[in-house]
Design a protein. Structure first.
Length: 180
């Protein structure tokens, strides 16, 4: 599914984020940037050992929840990896939506700062962090839409959803945003 916001394209695809031919991919990282399971583990495995070495050297104190940091893409097709730390879901009363929005917004800022024409996001925080997929889709897509309309770049924002449930949730939310 794809839509235009201004001159920018927002796409939803189901697939493997490590295979995306974009300028930057976003890693759903933990605050220690120590690698892990799910998307984080897949990205680290595909990028090779240099990714862990780079995060350890550049960011020895990690990255706070609600923010993101940039590294090279290692052996990935992408030039950059933006390591975004989303919140753990605690019922929605601990500022989770603001933290998720902040992490996504920071990634889009990094894309502009690094002159990226394209960026691919996973469904941040919806795995082991337990953020409900429909709520995460709402926050994520609204942040992307607002950023694209305000800044007019990057040219392409792609959400790469690993499973059908995530893809369906993001599609449902995007359909509501098309007319707004």
């Amino acid at each position: 599914m794809r839509v235009l916001f201004g001159s920018c394209r927002l796409e939803l695809v189901q697939g493997d984020i490590t295979l995306q031919n974009v300028d930057a991919i976003v890693n759903a990282a933990n605050s220690s940037l120590a690698g892990g399971g799910g998307v984080d583990g897949a990205i680290h495995q595909a990028a090779g050992l240099s990714l862990m070495e780079e995060t350890s050297l550049q960011y020895p104190d990690g990255c706070p929840t609600g923010s993101a940091v940039a590294t090279s893409g290692g052996e990935l097709p992408a030039r950059y990896v933006f390591h975004a730390v989303g919140p753990v879901w605690k019922g929605g009363l601990k500022g989770e939506s603001d933290l998720l929005a902040s992490a996504l917004h920071r990634c889009l800022e990094l894309a502009v700062e690094h002159s990226c024409r394209s960026i691919a996001f996973p469904a941040i925080s919806t795995g082991v962090y337990g953020y409900p997929k429909d709520l995460a889709a709402n926050v994520s897509l609204n942040v992307a839409k607002d950023f694209l309309l305000e800044h007019g770049r990057p040219e392409l924002v792609r959400f790469v959803l690993f499973d059908g449930g995530s893809y369906g949730a993001f599609c449902r939310v995007l359909e509501t945003l098309i007319g707004s």
